[in-house]
Design a protein around this ligand. Structure first.
Ligand SMILES: Cc1ncc(COP(=O)(O)O)c(C=O)c1O
Length: 410
């Protein structure tokens, strides 16, 4: 079993270690919730302050032109693109993830007008299920949404399936699906593939180009650290651009928004998926936050992520044998960047840890969820977090009634 000194040595050798200085983290805090809301980076703060003081305050409306505000959705999209293996011109930052999924579901259904089924995962994030159900009802023709056990996908694929929508890394268990393999099987059945990258972007290497992905969307407030409620991003493979239509057209997806024409003509490229005015301050925060990934290899991030999650699993299982059920796959190829532990006292455990400065989160009904973010987490943080967990369990701290009251956000 790894000792605390072993962990300190791993930190000394870690080439991502200097990245921690980019982040604003309170001393002593162990933040294992970057899979839910990433922390503030120094560059994010600088970038937002510059947008406020040097662009908005002084340039006022002229900044739409002078500061490039209007082009921000595609400019920031181009900066984000390499993190998912996309090419310039294939990613746009706008709206939020659920809204982008809605646009892509309806748009994709029009491309397979002879087919009538959408397949998704019964264990998908609830927002994905709500929006898929609602869009199926509004497709303009009868569509059946089938929420299946994802392990049965092969059996469910047939000539009726228009679209498959899956989340690449399961929000609850952290299980990662085979991006290229699933996409290939979906294509072999003549259907289109839409991926939700909420728990993947900035967490695991992604290559949508090599995997031949049709469409994807993700959020930027988790592993990309762009701040609470930060905008989402959408990916449309270049071969679909100009073919798939934005079902919510607005003036800023028009080819000539400032001609104020009565008739709609989509802008070329992925800009067509923009509906409304860009959220400039939020885009500025994301632009600053992406600096934390400059010069970082996602392969290095992946190696450290797996080492951190392996270490956590090993320490929990050896120091607290039998206390938890591990929901996250042990197999590296099937693991994202989080570890989920089942325990009937999960809510109290997370609350007791938070009181000790170890931040994880709870997912109903009984899951303790811990995110591992290699840019700012140290091996010694993992060791210390497990020490706190041991004390919380062995001292039955989690049974304290003070930790029983459910907060609105868990
Ligand atoms: C897998 C997944 N999909 C969708 C969403 C919803 O994202 P948004 O609130 O940006 O619409 C989340 C939010 O955490 C998520 O984890």
């Amino acid at each position: 079993m790894a000792t605390r000194d072993d962990c300190l040595e791993l930190d000394r050798l870690d080439r991502l270690a200097p990245r921690r200085d980019d982040f604003v983290l309170a001393p002593g805090l162990i933040y294992l919730d970057g899979n839910s809301l990433g922390p503030l980076t120094r560059k994010t703060r600088e970038h937002v302050l510059a947008t406020l003081d040097e662009e908005w305050a002084t340039g006022l409306i002229g900044s739409w032109n002078a500061a490039g505000w209007m082009a921000a959705p595609t400019r920031v999209g181009d900066r984000l693109a390499p993190l998912i293996g996309a090419r310039a011109g294939e990613v746009v930052v706008a709206d939020t993830l659920t809204l982008l999924l809605a646009k892509l579901i309806l748009g994709a259904l029009d491309l397979r007008s002879d087919r009538s089924v959408v397949l998704t995962d019964a264990a998908n994030f609830h927002s994905d299920l709500y929006v898929a159900e609602a869009m199926a009802r509004r497709a303009g023709r009868p569509i059946t949404l089938r929420a299946i056990d994802r392990d049965t996908l092969n059996d469910e694929l047939n000539e009726d399936v228009a679209l498959v929508m899956l989340t690449h890394v399961d929000f609850r268990t952290g299980e990662m699906l085979d991006l290229a393999g699933v996409t290939e099987r979906v294509h072999a059945a003549g259907a289109l593939m839409l991926w939700d990258f909420a728990h993947s972007t900035g967490a695991v290497p992604l290559d949508v180009t090599a995997a031949n992905v049709d469409f994807a969307a993700g959020c930027t407030y988790k592993y990309l650290n762009a701040g609470p409620g930060a905008p989402g991003f959408l990916y449309v493979r270049d071969t679909w651009q100009g073919v798939i239509k934005n079902p919510l057209p607005g003036w800023l997806g028009h080819a000539r928004p400032f001609d104020f024409e009565r008739g709609y003509e989509a802008a070329p490229g992925v800009q067509a998926f923009v509906t409304s005015s860009p959220s400039v301050i939020a885009l500025s925060a994301l632009e600053g936050a992406l600096d934390a990934f400059t010069g970082v290899s996602m392969d290095d991030v992946r190696v450290k992520s797996l080492a951190l999650t392996d270490l956590f699993i090993e320490l929990v299982e050896s120091r607290l044998p039998g206390a938890f059920t591990l929901l996250t796959p042990r197999d590296h190829a099937r693991r994202g960047s989080q570890v989920a532990l089942r325990h009937e006292g999960a809510y109290g455990i997370i609350q007791a840890l938070i009181a000790r400065g170890v931040i994880g989160d709870f997912r109903a009904p009984d899951v303790c969820r811990f995110g591992f973010t290699p840019l700012y987490l140290r091996y010694v943080d993992v060791y210390d977090a497990v020490t706190h967990l041991v004390e919380v369990i062995e001292g039955a701290e989690y049974l304290d009634p003070a930790y029983a009251t459910r907060n609105p956000v868990t």
